[in-house]
Design a protein around this ligand. Structure first.
Ligand code: PLP
Length: 305
């Protein structure tokens, strides 16, 4: 399928969607009530960002999205170059410099009465909105209080967590638990009681100068990868292995990573202050996270004119 001509810069000021092969204002993007993406969470997606007018690590997001499509036996009618063009088009039409840019593929609607996913025509959607923070910079400065839920993330034996997915009921319920107890956000555990991830982020603990993060049961976040690569660059010891809850609770520093804010320091675990907030290792990684947005190999500038 060919991609329509690029929309004008700012044509849909404030945000633009791409649905059913056309660029449209956000409020006009629709999906069918009968799309399995909605009724069965049979979908995959990815979220990239632009910062100061350029995509950050777009190739890594595209790699992950195409890998997720293939693992779920989904396909989109666009190749990598065309997808890139669509995402650029959404940001350009939205006139956005700092943007949250989503790409989604759903199973679609099988013919009436059919229950065979092979008969559904997969659907593709994309949109760009103003940048979304997991926690605003003000909230980060004030201090995020993370609840460690005893709820288990859906097992990797059931749903491959490296496929970015909408199986979020466990995560959403853990958020309610957190709010009920007066905390700001939450993370969930695996069947062995080790920390996995939270609603939209990966979790890191720093103990005696070593950075720890889970090696399994999690989405391989692009910002997680950035933090891991930055540890190597900055000579910070790193251990990617199961992350016991006790290690998190006893950590010197805790941070989370997300495309919605990069490296975000955690001030409290279940209301108990983390000893160093923001800790020196977290601070170095956070500074480096934003600094590498300037490096040409990670930037894909949007043409606004
Ligand atoms: C469940 C989950 N884990 C981790 C992440 C972090 O991934 P990334 O760094 O690519 O934003 C996300 C992002 O939305 C997520 O949904």
């Amino acid at each position: 399928m060919s991609v329509p001509a690029a929309p004008l810069a700012g044509q849909f000021e404030g945000g633009c969607a791409f649905a059913d092969g056309a660029y449209v204002p956000l409020t006009e993007a629709r999906i069918s009530l009968f799309d399995w993406g909605f009724t069965r969470s049979d979908a995959t997606y990815d979220v990239a960002t632009t910062w100061q007018g350029a995509f950050f690590r777009l190739d890594d997001h595209l790699d992950r999205f195409f890998a997720s499509l293939s693992k779920l036996r989904l396909s989109i009618p666009y190749d990598r170059g065309e997808l890139r063009q669509i995402l650029h088009g959404c940001v350009r039409a939205g006139g956005l410099k700092d943007a949250y840019v989503a790409m989604i593929c759903t199973r679609g609607v099988p013919p009436k009465g059919a229950r065979d996913p092979r008969m559904a025509q997969n659907r593709f959607y994309a949109y760009a909105l103003p940048y979304v923070w997991i926690a605003s910079p003000e909230k980060q400065a004030q201090g995020i209080d993370l609840h460690v839920s005893s709820r288990q993330r859906i097992s990797p034996a059931s749903v491959d967590p490296t496929v970015k997915n909408y199986h979020w009921i466990d995560l959403v319920q853990s958020l309610f638990d957190a709010y009920d107890r007066g905390h700001d956000t939450s993370c969930v555990v695996d069947a062995e009681g080790c920390v996995t991830e939270g609603p939209g982020f990966n979790v890191f603990a720093v103990k005696d100068g070593v950075v720890h993060t889970s090696d399994h049961g999690v989405l391989e976040g692009i910002s997680r990868r950035t933090a891991i690569e930055l540890c190597a660059r900055l000579d910070i010891p790193l251990r990617v292995a199961p992350l016991p809850v006790d290690l998190l609770r006893g950590a010197d520093e805790v941070f989370i990573t997300s495309s919605g804010g990069g490296v975000l320091p955690i001030a409290k675990i279940d209301g108990k202050p983390v000893p160093k907030f923001p800790g020196p290792v977290t601070q170095r990684l956070q500074d480096a996270y934003w600094a590498i947005h300037e490096e040409p190999q990670y930037r894909d500038p949007v043409q606004y004119t």
